[in-house]
Design a protein around this ligand. Sequence first.
Ligand code: HEC
Ligand code: HEC
Ligand code: HEC
Ligand code: HEC
Length: 126
Amino acid sequence: MSKTVLVIKWAVFILIFITSSALCQYDMVEIDNSVFGDPARPPSVFEHDAHNENAGLDECNICHHVYEDGKKLEYESSEDMYCSDCHSVKSENGSPSLRKAFHMNCKGCHLEQKAGPVLCGECHRK
Ligand code: HEC
Ligand code: HEC
Ligand code: HEC
Ligand code: HEC
């Protein structure tokens, strides 16, 4: 194999690696709170992949859900969307406000499973 072909192969490989990891956000360590405009608290800690692995959460739609006529669709997932695409900062259309949606989802499960933080400063740390 010629040297140029090898160099091109490596360049393509590295390019694919960089773009795919940027799209997947495997490095997410906290929740982006910029939609709140002037957030009162530091963003909540959330190491996406490590969190879900430690907590044993295999189904993406435990969090990334889709509803139709008030019913959660068992096999649908909305992982390509932000929570704020459906839950606005001010509550409307019967779905909980963004802040409430986050708190119900995160704290709700932590309380239910008696694992994971429930105090303000344990999530909004820094
Ligand atoms: C289990 C984690 C968790 C706990 C516990 C928690 N929050 Fe949050 N909270 C979040 C997440 C996630 C958001 C979404 C944006 C972010 O990360 O700040 C949020 C958003 C907010 C917001 C709207 C954004 C802002 O900063 O203005 C406020 C206010 C807030 N929380 C206050 C509180 C208070 C007060 C408590 C304690 C009574 C609390 N939170 C406990 C996870 C948590
Ligand atoms: C414990 C809840 C939870 C589980 C389970 C979960 N996620 Fe997430 N995920 C989140 C939250 C919260 C965000 C941040 C959403 C936001 O900022 O609005 C997020 C963000 C993402 C993003 C980035 C979205 C973006 O806009 O950049 C992707 C991709 C993603 N999740 C994929 C997945 C996949 C795939 C699974 C299943 C293997 C999964 N998630 C399971 C809570 C979860
Ligand atoms: C495609 C739109 C959509 C997306 C994206 C979405 N939600 Fe929802 N969610 C809804 C609707 C609609 C309801 C109201 C269901 C009802 O009670 O009728 C709801 C209800 C909820 C509830 C209350 C019911 C329950 O399941 O406990 C919580 C909590 C919640 N969402 C959190 C979140 C979080 C956190 C995210 C992001 C990880 C998210 N949602 C993403 C549409 C969405
Ligand atoms: C369906 C259940 C479930 C949901 C939803 C959930 N968690 Fe957790 N979380 C857990 C469990 C279980 C643990 C404890 C895991 C362990 O023992 O290591 C945990 C631990 C944590 C921890 C402590 C570990 C660490 O990384 O520092 C943080 C912070 C946390 N969760 C934040 C969040 C936030 C923020 C959300 C909402 C976006 C959320 N969790 C949603 C189940 C859940």
